[in-house]
Design a protein around this ligand. Structure first.
Ligand code: HEM
Length: 131
């Protein structure tokens, strides 16, 4: 079996959590970056700080180059079983919230204003005669 098709649970990956043995979870894949730590341009400490979690957000927020993304394939050792990731740690791709205007959204003014206009229309001739 190809080593990259191996599926790891979160607990298995989380055991590799220090400088001498460091595994990361990024975008659903598991990376053994132990040998890369001394060469990482962002420093080894930073990588060790992203163990025991889904590090996708940390990785993406730095805006790594295409070279970095190519390079990381070398350290890929398998995939993470997404069902084993703690819910609060799952990386969720988000799009900004845009409220959709709805024709059905109800406000009391939608009834009161036409009602007021109707009353005024009927009352107008009567008011004119009186004046
Ligand atoms: C397999 C995983 C990773 C690889 C192969 C990798 C590789 C690289 C490379 C090649 C660079 C140089 C700039 C570039 O080409 O984008 C870089 C910069 C950087 N990386 Fe990573 N990285 C990994 C994971 C992470 C993670 C999880 C973090 C956590 C925040 C991180 C933080 C940084 C930072 C802050 C820099 C900028 C350093 C600077 O410009 O001073 N990296 N990384």
């Amino acid at each position: 079996m190809d080593s990259n098709s191996k599926i790891y649970t979160f607990n298995e990956v989380a055991k590799h959590n220090h400088e001498k043995d460091c595994w990361l979870i990024i975008s659903g894949y598991v990376y053994d970056v132990t040998s890369y730590l001394p060469d990482h341009p962002g420093g080894s400490e930073l990588l060790v700080l992203t163990v025991e979690k889904d590090a996708t957000f940390d990785f993406k927020s730095v805006g790594h180059s295409e070279t970095a993304r190519e390079m990381m394939k070398k350290y890929q050792i398998g995939k993470i079983d997404p069902l084993t990731l703690p819910t609060e740690q799952k990386y969720v791709e988000t799009t900004p919230y845009k409220p959709t205007p709805s024709l059905l959204s109800f406000s009391p003014l939608h009834v009161l204003i036409p009602l007021l206009l109707l009353v005024l229309a009927f009352a107008f001739p009567y008011l004119k005669i009186k004046a």
